[in-house]
Design a protein around this ligand. Structure first.
Ligand code: ATP
Ligand code: MG
Length: 419
């Protein structure tokens, strides 16, 4: 019988890689602290209805990509495909509206989407997500975009492009929607089948179709910018002035859209030139009518979500630093079996002083243990009958090849000084 394998589209992040994840997570935490966002831990599964209403029935995510099942109590449950809807649910459920506004929340964790796995696209992946809930102010949009840029700056990323658009609001979007439909009508037959079905339901989404024919058809389509109402125009202008002021270079792109009514005003994405076709490292924007869509009062909001696999792939491609790879400082070697108990005790003492230490559990001889020390640690700390008699440790620097006899106290001081 073949051993059970992990499901398609999932991956194990093992020791050779997990330290990079810890580094990136630490940076997320640092930036969140500096921008005043509080970390929250939300459930990994929610009522399916939350996503149907909060992500949208006509989106790819809800139509094709959700992991939905009926639990033993007969409820329809879905593994979260994203965090925004859950964040808004949590804001409403925990009455965060009564606290300081906007409520600024962030979280990191696994998301689940039934997609075709490929580089940068998995069925379980990790997102870092921030949301600012309760404020309309364009400077909150500025803060959110700036947050993502600052995070990537601190991670050492370059060759990124910020793509920006506005999708208007339920006041001005219907006019644009109509203009777009009118523009597309004469060439309806050329559209791909998916876009034909989008024509009535969600025509804005035709603008970001990847099919070359649809791209060509929409080339000369009217831009939403020309249809924004005064309020949306002013909001967008304020955001642009703000981005200008902090020296952010952005590219305006009329194709960047969210088709649903609760997405309003700002839509943005940051793309990496080092990712190939799955090139978005983050996506975000404003959703002033989402809280109402999931049954709450009017709560404006703005945020972004970043896929950390793509961030790490880009960092690797660009040779960015992941900080110091954790290494074992000391490998305690028992020169003969009778010294094993003292070797165990010494390893424990080093660890108590926050010096990483390891030792042999496989009954290797002196030679084998020295080999392990050379492979895994900076120093071999050798204990044998003569060391135990003298009350010392023979400490060998594995890269320099030099060795000296030290008391345990001297050893601890030496290794601590190197941290
Ligand atoms: P894409 O166009 O790449 O499918 P999306 O519009 O579906 O992205 P969002 O829902 O905005 O993506 O999610 C935000 C971010 O999460 C993306 O920019 C990307 O970095 C990441 N992401 C989305 N889906 C996946 C996935 N299946 N695997 C890995 N990362 C993902
Ligand atoms: Mg997608």
């Amino acid at each position: 019988m073949e051993a059970v394998k992990a499901p398609r589209g999932t991956r194990d992040i093992l020791g050779g890689e997990s330290w990079k994840w810890a580094y990136v997570t630490q940076k997320c935490r640092e930036v969140a602290d500096d921008y005043g966002y509080k970390e929250v831990y939300l459930p990994i599964f929610e009522h399916t209805e939350l996503f149907c209403r909060g992500v949208g029935e006509t989106t790819d995510v809800v139509e094709k990509e959700m992991y939905t099942f009926t639990d033993k109590g007969g409820r329809s449950i879905t593994l979260r495909p994203e965090l925004t809807a859950s964040m808004v649910r949590s804001y409403l459920e925990n009455e965060m509206g009564k606290g300081a506004q906007p409520a600024k929340l962030w979280s990191i964790g696994p998301m689940f989407r039934y997609e075709r796995p490929q580089k940068g696209r998995y069925r379980q992946f990790v997102q870092m997500d921030i949301e600012a809930l309760g404020a309309q102010d364009a400077f909150v949009d500025l803060e959110v975009i700036d947050f993502s840029m600052e995070l990537y700056r601190r991670l050492g990323l370059s060759n990124l492009q910020v793509i920006l658009n506005s999708v208007g609001c339920p006041k001005c979007r219907p006019v644009y929607r109509k203009a777009l439909q009118e523009y597309l009508r004469p060439r309806y037959d050329e559209l791909c089948d998916t876009c034909k079905s989008r024509y009535d339901r969600n025509p804005l989404r035709i603008l970001d179709c990847k099919s070359p024919i649809c791209k060509e058809v929409t080339e000369g389509a009217p831009s939403v910018m020309e249809y924004l109402c005064d309020e949306c125009k002013e909001h967008f202008e304020q955001l642009r002035r703000g981005l200008d002021r902090i020296g952010a270079t952005v590219v305006l792109d009329k194709r960047l859209v969210r088709g649903l009514d609760y997405y309003t005003k700002t839509a943005y994405e940051i793309q990496s030139g080092d990712l190939g076709s799955q090139n978005a490292v983050c996506g975000g924007g404003r959703y002033d009518n989402l809280a109402e869509a999931i049954g709450g009062p009017h709560v404006p909001g703005v945020g972004f979500a970043s896929g950390l696999e793509r961030v790490i792939i880009t960092m690797e491609a660009q040779g960015c630093s992941f900080g110091r790879k954790p290494e074992t400082k000391a490998y305690v070697v028992a020169a003969e079996p009778s010294a094993r108990i003292e070797a165990a005790a010494l390893a424990r003492e080093l660890r108590m002083h926050r010096i990483s230490a390891d030792l042999d559990y496989m009954g290797r001889g002196m030679k084998g243990q020295m080999k392990s020390a050379g492979n895994t640690a900076n120093y071999a700390c050798i204990l044998g009958a003569s060391e135990l008699e003298k009350g010392v440790v023979t400490v060998k620097d594995m890269s320099a090849g030099t060795q000296e006899e030290l008391t345990t106290e001297q050893l601890i001081n030496k290794l601590k000084a190197q941290q």
